[in-house]
Design a binder for this molecule. Structure first.
Ligand SMILES: *Cc1c(COP(=O)(O)O)cnc(C)c1O
Length: 468
């Protein structure tokens, strides 16, 4: 009689792990021959699952087989080379292996002392990124600032808003209901959600210019009006790569207003930040020394799987003093020595996974040159695509291509634009998103899957041109 599987048997784990890595490699290698979006109706996935949780251990072979039977037919394949929707959510083999290692090591790095390597590698890798991206040197953990990995840019922005609120409260004594946050009307929804979660009384979504960038004059006017109304301006959110069209706000004039008005200046570079590994994009960073916090997502466009979002602060003091609460069971000599970073004081959760490991694996696995090459490829292919859009008689580009997002409309209007996106997606080999600004529908082609090649972009263009 065969023994039941033992979930703690390490020899079985070894065998199963090898089989799973083979499965992942086969999955990724086989994506191009699948539709980007699997056709699946609501409830179809659950209908394949057992009524109750299994009473007895199941062999791993059966679990693995269900990845093919249950999971894959229910997926939108974000890693597909034909994925041009939203923004990318990249992974890469080094990142997957880093995640596996982190899961296996299984530390909870809330304090330096609960796993020194988790904290020190995180600080060190984020200091590396300061140099790689050309952000201010003072943001290194060796200076007044520092970086922390959070679950997402939304969480980082929310955290920044809470710190802004406490800074404003200390300075003015105003209640949060009187405080105002400002950002462009193209900012990500996380700014609005963050303001709600932080309890800020008001958020102003400012008018933008013809390229969808925030207008400093609109900020100055809104702040003056709010002051006249007895409100307390507290927070400015600038964007490097808005979600709609990847617009870039002018950081310097926005930062100057923020500074003059004693507001916190946060930069949401969730998408655009990754491009800063290449110095030709760094003009976007002009004025960055006036920012108080900055977030960008390696889990979008730097080959690292979710969740991995960098947050830097120019001065870690206000962040830590806002979030630090120390019950007796968290006190320890290392923390009290003041010589270590305890990342639990840098964000809302206490418990934290070893996120830095996958980022470390990625930076080592690609090298800076590998990451730059990837970004430059994507941007180059997007620009070539934009030229083809510009040359097409029935298509019109609606925004500049700052990074690797091409936004365009059909000249015959909204219905034709939606029909074009629908026709492209119906083909099955590609997936693009349609969106809308000021009542105008447009198609977004976001080049950025780890596995996309120039050939895929050409094939997508041929389909777009045929459908337009
Ligand atoms: C994707 C995105 C976000 C949200 O990032 P999460 O990591 O998913 O929270 C915020 N801002 C911008 C501009 C984005 O593109």
């Amino acid at each position: 009689m065969q023994l039941p599987p033992d979930p703690l048997d390490l020899e079985e784990f070894r065998r199963n792990g090898h089989a799973l890595v083979d499965w992942v490699a086969d999955y990724l290698a086989g994506l191009a021959s699948r539709p980007v979006i699997e056709p699946v109706a609501p409830g179809e996935v659950r209908a394949k699952l057992g009524e109750r949780a299994p009473e007895h251990p199941e062999p791993f072979d059966e679990v693995l087989a269900d990845l093919d039977r249950v999971v894959v037919p229910g997926l939108a394949h974000w890693q597909h080379p034909g994925w041009f929707a939203f923004f990318p959510a990249q992974t890469s083999p080094p990142a997957v292996l880093g995640e596996l290692a982190a899961a296996g090591i299984g530390v909870q790095g809330m304090l330096w002392s609960t796993s020194p390597a988790a904290t020190e590698i995180e600080s060190h890798v984020l200091d590396w990124l300061v140099d790689l991206m050309g952000v201010p040197q003072s943001w290194k953990s060796t200076g007044p600032g520092g970086g922390v990995l959070q679950a997402g840019a939304s969480t980082a922005t929310h955290t920044a808003m809470v710190v802004a609120r406490e800074q404003c409260r200390q300075r003015t004594g105003a209640p949060a209901e009187k405080m105002v946050a400002y950002t462009s009307n193209q900012a990500h929804s996380s700014l609005q959600k963050g303001a709600t979660m932080a309890g800020l009384g008001h958020i102003r979504l400012l008018d933008v210019d013809s390229e969808f960038a925030a207008r400093p004059a609109a900020l100055a006017e809104a702040v003056a009006a709010d002051r006249r109304a007895g409100l307390e301006p507290a927070f400015v959110g600038s964007n490097i790569g808005t979600t709609g069209t990847a617009a870039v706000d002018p950081l310097r004039p926005l930062g100057e207003i923020a500074r003059a008005e004693q507001m916190w200046h946060h930069v949401d570079a969730a998408y655009g930040g990754s491009a800063m590994v290449c110095d030709e994009f760094r003009s976007c960073h002009d004025g960055l020394e006036l920012a108080d916090s900055y977030t960008f997502n390696p889990h979008k466009w730097l080959a690292t799987n979710l969740e991995c979002s960098v947050m830097w602060v120019a001065d870690r003091g206000p962040l830590i003093s806002t979030l630090s609460v120390t019950p007796p069971y968290l006190r320890n000599p290392a923390s009290e020595s003041g010589q270590v970073i305890d990342y639990r004081d840098w964000h809302a959760p206490l418990g934290r996974p070893f996120r830095a490991l996958k980022l470390w694996f990625v930076l080592r696995g690609f090298g800076a040159e590998g990451l730059r090459r990837m970004i430059r490829n994507h941007v180059g292919w997007a620009r070539a695509l934009a030229e083809r859009v510009d040359d097409h008689p029935r298509l019109e580009r609606i925004a500049p291509v700052h990074f690797a997002l091409v936004s365009f409309a059909h000249c015959d209007g909204n219905a034709a634009t939606d029909a074009l996106a629908a026709a492209v997606n119906a083909d099955g080999r590609f997936y693009v998103t349609a969106s809308e600004i000021d009542g105008r529908r447009f198609v977004r082609i976001s080049v950025g899957s780890t596995w996309t090649t120039e050939h895929d972009v050409d094939a997508l263009w041929n389909l777009v041109a045929a459908c337009a």
